[in-house]
Design a protein around this ligand. Sequence first.
Ligand SMILES: [Zn+2]
Length: 314
Amino acid sequence: MNFAKEIKQELLSKNIKDKCCKRAFLAGVIRGTGNLFLQDGEYGLEFKLDSEDGANRITEYLSSLYGFEMREVGYTLNNRYGKEIITLNIHGQGSTKILVDLGVLIENGNEYAVSLKLFDKVCEKECCIRSFLKGLFVAVGNCILPSAKSAQTTGYHSEFVFYHYTTALEVAKKLEDAGVKSKITRRKGTFIVYIKSGEEIKNLVAFLGCPVSVLKITDLMINREIKNNSNRQKNCDLGNLNKQVEASAKQISAIEKLKSLGEFDKLKKDLKEVAIARLEYQDDTLTELAERLNLSKSCLNHRLRKIVHLASEL
Ligand SMILES: [Zn+2]
């Protein structure tokens, strides 16, 4: 279930009234998805959004703040990844000025540079930080909840994607100020600010001002907690045991494969010793087998993995 769409819908259903917060919202969207380009001496901007509500809000706020009329904003519908992507294009008529006003560009005489400071210019007030993060979430926010049926405690995931480490770091800091703990990781040349705990995601969604979505997460967490409590004992006993049995079965079938293909005798001495013991004491746990062979657990594990790997390559 992609929960991000529901959060975005709820978030966008409310009109932002204050001018300061409208600016911050627009800045947040631009920082998330805005692509700058230069044409005829003016900077233009392209947004890609997966929500029509988002596109409508952006044009609405641009018009009320800067008198940008709808006709100056172009829509195209793409069908990438099975999603409808709405592209908004703003160009001409003082678009450079707007970008300066939103703190995206810094003016230096006749030169312009992109500012990596996201918040300085548009978030002087507390209220604006929330609006900025709303815009950012609309642009690049994602949120996935685990299925209500599964009893695992994992599966909660929310993230923001950035192209610069410094911007990712700034956002992570602002989130922390707002009571939301996140982490940063790299993925294919991008930097991801992500949250893995249901509790923290609830804090984020609450901070974004979406009480209906907060309730939904809370319900899900409670339901899963109930399921977990009844399953926990069983899982503890069976989970570990199953894993060991599974691993042992895999090792044994690997050794048998090596034997049947005449590769067993070619094994190095240390591996062969381990393989013989594994076959002989099939029900031993890793700890028991390691003791028997007078090896460390990690050394035994390493050798067994190697055997499985060798067999998998045949
Ligand atoms: Zn504000």
